[in-house]
Ligand binder design. Structure first.
Ligand SMILES: [Zn+2]
Length: 261
């Protein structure tokens, strides 16, 4: 019988029969794995506290037929504080849904570390959820192969002033170059060149760079005025959603419950 020990984050659970639970686990070793935890919902079960959604646990898996089953599960971190606020819980749900979608071979370990840091920050409650979300989005996009080039204008190298973030191309352009480009393309309008563009203040652009390159443990430690934060978080959301070419119901839910400024 093939046994495997993995560490992983439970990103989804489905209850089956009276007391069983099917887990979708994001692991560094195997990417996304589904496994059956028999008896996990029984109050007597030692698996109960280590197999809930958002638990980071050590699992001993064995293969039975085509499926994995969980022989043992030991809790490493429950991130229980996630449940202290509705927006925190909603954001954690979004992180989990993104993880279930973006498995990229060789990036799993980095993605798992980013996600654990993100859930820790949500649970800790020291940083606003909007900042945690935006930093997660741009860092996640970078890890899975969509790192944008946002240090300077892609045309002239300008680093100061307002910028236009080309969401599909992953590059920024200064105001002067953008106007030049708009004039050159004024006639005839080619619909195939229509772009999604987010306006970035200089501060919002610097924040994008920061979140791409900062050490993971300092990822959420930055501040900026509200108006810059608005531009920054709009850009990170547009960027991740467009690179992944899908929408997330958990994202819509988060946006419906997040605190309004
Ligand atoms: Zn320029």
């Amino acid at each position: 019988m093939i046994q495997k020990e993995v560490r992983g984050l439970v990103i989804r659970t489905t209850d089956v029969k009276e007391s069983d639970r099917i887990l979708t686990i994001f692991t560094a070793e195997m990417g996304v794995v589904s496994a059956l935890a028999t008896g996990a919902r029984s109050l007597k079960s030692r698996k109960m506290s280590s197999t809930m959604q958002f638990c980071y646990s050590r699992f001993l898996l064995y293969k039975s037929g085509e499926y994995y089953r969980i022989r043992e599960a030991e809790l490493i971190e429950s991130f229980f504080g996630i449940r202290n606020t509705l927006e925190g819980l909603a954001l954690a749900g979004y992180v989990a849904e993104v993880l279930s979608d973006v498995t990229v071979a060789e990036a799993e370990e980095d993605l798992l570390r980013l996600s654990l840091n993100t859930l820790y920050a949500i649970a800790e409650g020291k940083h606003p959820t909007d900042r945690i979300k935006a930093a997660f989005e741009i860092r996640c996009a970078s890890i899975i192969g969509f790192m944008p080039d946002v240090v300077a204008c892609s045309e002239c190298g300008e680093r100061q002033g307002d910028f236009y973030f080309n969401i599909m191309g992953g590059s920024v352009m200064c105001r002067a170059c953008n106007e030049k480009r708009a004039r050159a393309h004024a006639l005839p309008e080619n619909p195939h060149e229509s772009q999604i563009v987010c306006i970035l203040s200089e501060t919002a652009k610097v924040a994008l760079s920061y979140c791409i390159y900062s050490p993971l443990e300092k990822l959420f430690s930055f501040t900026m005025p509200d108006e810059d934060m608005l531009l920054f978080s709009r850009a990170t959301e547009e960027y991740l959603v467009n690179q992944l070419e899908r929408t997330f119901t958990t994202l819509e839910f988060y946006n419906s419950v997040k605190p309004r400024k």
